[in-house]
Design a protein around this ligand. Sequence first.
Ligand SMILES: Nc1nc2c(ncn2[C@@H]2O[C@H](COP(=O)(O)OP(=O)(O)OP(=O)(O)O)[C@@H](O)[C@H]2O)c(=O)[nH]1
Ligand SMILES: [Mg+2]
Length: 355
Amino acid sequence: MAAAAASALAVHAAATSGAGVLQKLARVFKEKAAQDLGRIVKGTSKTREKLGVIEELFTYWNLDDADETLEELEDALIMSDFGPRTAFKIVDGIRDKVLAGQLKTGDQIRAELKQSIAALLAERGGSAELALPDSKPAVLLIVGVNGGGKTTTIGKLAHRFGAEGGAKVVLGAGDTFRAAAAEQLEEWARRAGADIVRADSDKARPDTVLYQAVDAAVRGGADLVLCDTSGRLHTNWSLMDELAKCKRSIAKRLDGAPHEVLLVLDGTTGLNMLNQAKEFNETVQLTGIILTKLDGTARGGAVVSVVDELGVPVKFVGVGEGVQDLQPFQPATFVDALFPEDGGKAAEEADVPTQ
Ligand SMILES: Nc1nc2c(ncn2[C@@H]2O[C@H](COP(=O)(O)OP(=O)(O)OP(=O)(O)O)[C@@H](O)[C@H]2O)c(=O)[nH]1
Ligand SMILES: [Mg+2]
């Protein structure tokens, strides 16, 4: 507790002096990185049910049948939303080691599978840390399909950096599509002690609102701007074009911004998230992914394919609707949740609060 309070104070001092404030803010998250494994284990039970087939393969692993068993492993990964390309890649790596005699038992192969998924998440994705600029404000643009958790995630980030971290945060209400959207964001701003820039008329365009939000942050010496956007289908060409305009308009006000373009993916979606991610990446060049609803019946395998095919890292995971339910992503912890040593029993039985 004392250490956390001291670090919050240090962050606050930095925030008020302006020096290196953004880097200090990034540390706020890291210090809180104790992952809520139990919640993720609970949430990924749907994926694990399917992966149960794999656990059986490991138990009865027989080197004489290696070829057939490896094919079954491939199939089981595909069934668990890993996507064929990624499943083949992972199993090819394992097959090479089996043929070279480096892996002999089911346990060794299980460990290798976990390690290769974690390595793929870390290496293909790159750094999971927020890329924050040297000078403030840092601008984060949050995008994604309807209902994935964009606004909630912005609220959590605002709270973590603002109310807890002492940063001056501005929220940009770029969801001008629904009247209730700005109210929802306003409520989060109030809870987080953040400022909010909203549309000044019914006809205001989202790119204008986000321009104004960045403008207000620059003039007011804010540390961080979190830009909300309307949910949109990745197949809706004109709405995707509107998103590209939002990004350009932010850059027009502040060179180099947005510093992060983060795609919110609903963890319960399955492999369709790969199509979403490809389209959003094409339109606004993603720098990271936020995987939400891992406390629900998440289908975690799909995100491995997204990271593999796009080369974009997962930066945060959402594990609930509450303000504290956002965590930095850690590949090894995520993989442990998919393949827990005791089949997930301990974590599933643990009393994990939902708020
Ligand atoms: N269980 C759970 N629910 C979440 C999480 N993140 C968001 N939600 C819920 O998902 C629902 C949609 O969240 P929003 O933040 O409004 O989603 P959005 O992407 O802004 O939605 P649109 O603006 O309509 O596109 C809300 O009920 C949130 O409370 C999470 O990590 N876990
Ligand atoms: Mg929203």
